[in-house]
Write a protein that binds this ligand. Structure first.
Ligand SMILES: [Cu+2]
Length: 345
């Protein structure tokens, strides 16, 4: 964004660029100090949507407010250390001073600080995006995510595509326990509660891949219950939808055909949907266009042939406690099964 600013801008713009840069430098310093403590600015503090921007603004306000309070307190501390009463002590004057400190520093200042925070919070809540130009269902499972679109009807898993600069209403449900949906760079958190549908609006101002995660402890593989929000320009989003509604690719080679047979005859087909084939199990993620996904097992491992082989033979070795069991396969079926899975573009 900064580089596009830099060329051919008006002088005023330049000023803005410079102050943006200075802001960036301050953030960079804060970022590197946070990195030392294990935090990073890739999350909440690098917002890419209005909702997350509001949360980040409140965070920075709280940081500067507490910094100011801390510095003020230090100053008073220093004054108390060096101030030596000279001559006669005027008891009455001292007491008036003490009272002023107690009322000012103990009641007035905290009230102003809390009230300002309260007002900023309320304004932030009122400004949250609420639109529903696109509506998506997100369903939490131990330990993965299903995403369903309505127009056209489409079910997929672990990657949520959204158009940029659009209010995307996400309807949050769960099939089992309480999960919580969080995309730090785009929005606040919202719980997925059994028997309820909660809603949250995502709005991405920039294309990108944004990490999402479950933030309500939901069992042993809670930490590997991640997803990616892929924000793309609206025309690309439409193209993606068109590609995704198509049924799965037919096996092309002899090996892929044998892999297809292995998938349909082993128990895989009882738990997974591959549209356009007899596989119609609903216990696991839809695999119709599985090869497009970057990650395996909701962020547990990269989706490459090595990890995929390990996953198919025994998912428990990659994601212990996952609800996909190890499946008995003939040794010669594994490579062809992988060929078939990798062909599901
Ligand atoms: Cu969860």
């Amino acid at each position: 964004m900064l580089t596009t600013f830099a060329s051919g801008t008006q002088p005023r713009e330049h000023l803005r660029v410079r102050s943006v840069r200075r802001g960036t430098r301050v953030s960079a310093v804060v970022a590197s100090s946070l990195a030392l403590t294990g935090c990073s600015l890739s999350g909440t503090l690098a917002p890419r949507g209005p909702d997350a921007q509001i949360a980040a603004n409140i965070w920075w306000y709280m940081l500067w407010l507490s910094a100011a309070i801390f510095v003020g307190w230090l100053a008073l501390f220093v004054v108390a250390m060096v101030r030596r009463p000279t001559g006669e002590i005027d008891e009455e004057h001292e007491q008036r001073l003490h009272r002023r400190f107690i009322v000012g520093g103990g009641i007035v200042l905290p009230s102003i600080a809390f009230a300002s925070l309260f007002v900023i919070d309320l304004l932030g809540i009122a400004a949250l995006p609420q639109g529903d130009e696109v509506v998506v269902d997100a369903v939490g499972y131990q330990f993965w995510w299903e995403f369903a679109y309505e127009h056209p009807e489409l079910v997929t898993a672990n990657e949520l595509y959204i158009p940029t600069d659009t209010d995307v209403q996400v309807r949050l449900r769960t099939e089992d326990v309480i999960h919580s949906f969080w995309v730090p760079q785009l929005s606040g958190k919202r719980d997925m509660v059994p028997g309820r549908t909660n809603v949250l609006t995502l709005h991405a101002t920039e294309p990108g891949r944004y990490l999402g995660e479950c933030t309500e402890f939901c069992g042993v593989q809670h930490a590997n219950m991640r997803f990616e929000v892929v924000a793309v320009p609206p025309d690309e989003y439409q193209q993606w939808l068109d590609d995704m509604v198509a049924p799965a690719a037919e096996p092309q080679t002899e090996d892929q055909r044998r892999g297809y047979d292995a998938f349909m005859t082993a128990s895989c087909a009882a738990c997974h949907v591959i549209r356009g084939t007899p596989a119609d199990g609903r216990a696991g993620p839809d695999l119709t266009h599985f090869a497009q996904r970057r990650w395996l097992g909701a962020g547990a491992a990269p989706n490459d042939r090595g990890h995929l082989g390990g996953w198919v033979v025994n998912p428990q070795s990659i994601k212990p406690g996952s609800t996909m069991p190890p499946v008995e396969l003939d040794a010669e079926d594994l490579p062809v099964l992988l060929d078939y899975l990798e062909s599901l573009e």
